[in-house]
Design a protein around this ligand. Sequence first.
Ligand SMILES: Nc1ncnc2c1ncn2[C@@H]1O[C@H](COP(=O)(O)OP(=O)(O)O)[C@@H](O)[C@H]1O
Ligand SMILES: CC(=O)OP(=O)(O)O
Ligand SMILES: [Mg+2]
Length: 401
Amino acid sequence: MTATRVLVLNSGSSSVKYQLLDMRDSSRLAVGLVERIGEESSRLKHTPLNDGGASRERTESIADHAAALQAVAEELAKDGLGLDSPELAAIGHRVVHGGQSFTEPTVVNDAVLAEIERLIPVAPLHNPANLTGIRTARALRPDLPQVAVFDTAFHTTMPESAARYAIDVETADTHRIRRYGFHGTSHAYVSRATAELLGRSPEDVNVIVLHLGNGASASAVRGGECVDTSMGLTPLEGLVMGTRSGDMDPAVIFHLMRVGGMSTDEIDTLLNKKSGLIGLCGDNDMREIRRRIDEGDERAKLAFDIYIHRLKKYIGAYYAVLGRVDAIAFTAGVGENSAPVRKAAVAGLEQLGLAVDDELNAVRSDEPRLISPAGARVAVAVVPTDEELEIATQTYALVEA
Ligand SMILES: Nc1ncnc2c1ncn2[C@@H]1O[C@H](COP(=O)(O)OP(=O)(O)O)[C@@H](O)[C@H]1O
Ligand SMILES: CC(=O)OP(=O)(O)O
Ligand SMILES: [Mg+2]
């Protein structure tokens, strides 16, 4: 029997998303999510798709990512999809920070693990969880290839002019301080899918991708290669996010230390977890923010306006970086679902050839689609991302080769 299945693990700071796929036709056999890892009541939601089984939920205390993966393995086994299956070809892992070391998907060995570990200081929320996921999966199936697919890989084509901060070069090099960028698997997948939607080859198309989830980032993609992106050394830079501030004057930090008496850790938590939309209005879910705006809530309106203002600045900046833009693609939870965000982001940009058609913008669908008026100079598109499928595809291609 040839092994054609790939398990994909996307381990976040307090969650694990997973999918089991059959790569003969890229069909999904099971999908699931473990949330609130490390809390009293963690939740596992598992959906088998192999023979129309119903979703199952477990609520219990799941102490860490190792326990989470054990629970996932148990659920898969109940559907005859256990990790011991000879049909499993590999396990693909999302790894957020690969630094400058990894530009391609990589089969994990001890040296690769050591390098991912060395990068923890620049991805403290993400890399530890990614490592635990890999180590646990390896312990469960030591014979299987474990493949790391890096969020940073797609951005390694950025020119030095975009990747370097304007700080002392020796200091930057000593501490490996540069702009790495994240969500690269999504930016790669969506920019390619956008070219496909336009019926053109990726080499011929310039796209601005707006990945708007809880974490959010923009990228400028020229002919299939990333030339700039909004996240930097860490996933804190750039757009206003669910709980992260994005861009601000770095002197805010000195001010909070000197005048506000805050510690480094307190400021880190403030900017990563208590800022962005949640810091501005107390909610980080765009649905809730829109609901409050409809009720006349001023704070929610201001949070929305700040979010849109930043987004618009990046659209303008990347338009200038690319010179010619063929398409703007909205993706991830907010980008795929929030028509008001898409409309507001391009409002007033008609001079740049950008507009949305209200009827097309209101359509709900899981398919890639255009929302710009017929004949528009720049295509505006909604292109659902699929990081798990992209990780599975890259993983399978590597182990097949
Ligand atoms: N129907 C919707 N309308 C508007 N926003 C939505 C909708 N569904 C999800 N979202 C937004 O998407 C966010 C989650 O996006 P997602 O890409 O799943 O995030 P992540 O992968 O970073 O956890 C939610 O916090 C919410 O703001
Ligand atoms: C890198 C990053 O921000 O990831 P996420 O959006 O999953 O938090
Ligand atoms: Mg995401």
